[in-house]
Design a protein around this ligand. Sequence first.
Ligand code: 2P0
Length: 335
Amino acid sequence: MNKQEFFRQILRGKANSPRDNATAFAPSNIALAKYWGKRDTELNLPCNSSISISLGSLGTKTTLRASNQDRVVLNGEEIPLDKPFAAKIINFLDYFRANLWQGAMEVITENNIPTAAGLASSASGFAALTLAANDFWNLDLDTKTLSAIARIGSGSAARSFWQGFVKWQRGKNPDGLDSYAEPLALAENSPSRNLRLALVKIDEKAKKNPSRDAMIHSAKTSPYFSAWIATAEIELHKIEAAITSGNIQELLQLAESNALAMHAVMLASRPSLLYLQAESIVAIKKVWDLREHGAEIFFTIDAGPNLKLLFEENADTRAIIENNFPSAIFVNPFA
Ligand code: 2P0
């Protein structure tokens, strides 16, 4: 199945009465059990399921407006339509327009993720765009379908529709309709609600190896890729169990090991993929050193050099992070 057919099967028979405009917000997310590897590159279907934590109020707000010509505006700045950022958005909207009202549109999008956090925004960007499109065209789609649609834009966007912990089921069907995310239910008083993040920026320059290409390269060339896939679902179940039982220390230890295993798969690719920089290693060693001295601080790292520290909310731990990583940005995933 290709993308056109994917959209056609969802949008077939949908009403054709767009609003004048629609606005939506979606939070960014960080994976605790990573998505690395695709079984279908056309539909962004993953080899393994993944689990993330949201970034609370940090994310993307997007407005779609009927207009007399297509325009994309990011944080107040018009982006030429031939730039990849704008082209990806217009291309995504074209899949809707191929089945619905086809007029020109303005896309006004704002990211409130500080550049200093060194985070990409494609996850929250495609989730907000999908939510705004659902409203704009009065589609009334359920969240499972919205999550599967956003996945077409960017895999991790499937997980950006909720606050808190979210699980993206890999699914099995070739049409991709069973590959969507859902929030993980937590008891009101679960200790897992005390998870906090501190974003440590090492470098914010655009990466040399976009993760889209790197995942394919790893799957093709890394001798450890099969081991990653063989263990990914087992690790995911352990991580899910730690979240739901409120065993936060176990959760953070598993999340750190999971990220390092993903980097091992990358490193073993031929040629190797190395996202970590010298300063990333210094920061990793600092975290391990602090742990040896009793601080319960862990980290995760994505396809880039920046660390996301993970810890259980506690004034002492927060003070240790502030002292050792003075520019860290603290995030409450649940607020
Ligand atoms: C994740 N990453 O689970 C993993 C961990 C990076 C490392 O999802 O090709 O932008 O659009 O599906 O979602 C980043 O890759 O990739 C990512 P595509 P995406 O968060």
